[in-house]
Design a protein around this ligand. Structure first.
Ligand code: SF4
Length: 187
């Protein structure tokens, strides 16, 4: 791996969907741990601020899978969890407002809370549609730069997307480490 280091490193606070840094907040009780993200953090590029809107909204873990259907959010078992999703989004916004300099946020792709640009279509069939998760939508409306974890990993240019570095090598992070530590890219 060959990363151009900016010196001195900025002490940049980076809010992140908690599941991306290995916290078991995912509906299944597991996480979406990203080795590339860990690596960048270990290099000192950012100080993470972890949050999970679904937990902040009062949902338990593990929980049934949810998808957005129109303006509401339903669990696969039919429970309407719209209120919890909107409450969680407001709580996430409250956390971010404690850090006035924060502009970029890294959010887990496809989540009905955190997804940016693309989400599942509400039929629990794996079909995707254009749209944002409930929290992502609120944060975008509040002018945050919401970066999808898909862009973060697949392009291997996290610094570019998050404004943490000026330039990265096109050489990807170590494949072996990514596969061994686990990563949403290869989930
Ligand atoms: S709500 Fe966001 S942070 Fe929480 S588990 Fe889902 S994707 Fe991860």
């Amino acid at each position: 791996m060959n990363i151009k280091i900016i010196s001195p490193l900025p002490q940049t606070y980076l809010p992140i969907s908690a599941c991306l840094l290995g916290i078991n907040t995912k509906y299944s009780g597991s996480n979406n741990s990203c080795a590339s993200l860990f690596h960048l953090m270990e290099l000192g590029y950012f100080v993470p601020i972890l949050f999970c809107p679904e937990q902040l909204g009062g949902l338990c873990t593990p929980r049934d899978k949810s998808e957005i259907c129109g303006k509401n959010v339903f669990m696969k078992n039919g429970n309407d969890v719209t209120t919890q999703f909107y409450n969680g989004a407001q709580e996430a916004l409250k956390i971010l407002r404690l850090y006035p300099d924060v502009k970029s946020i890294l959010l887990k792709s496809l989540s009905p809370s955190c997804g940016v640009g693309t989400v599942y279509d509400g039929t629990f069939s794996g079909q995707k549609v254009s749209g944002n998760g409930i929290t992502a939508k609120l944060l975008l409306e509040n002018n945050y730069n919401c970066v999808s974890s898909d862009n973060f990993c697949r392009d291997f240019k996290p610094g570019y997307y998050l404004g943490l570095a000026e330039e990265y090598s096109i050489e990807p992070f170590d494949d072996f480490a990514v596969k061994n530590k686990g990563c949403f890219y290869c989930e």
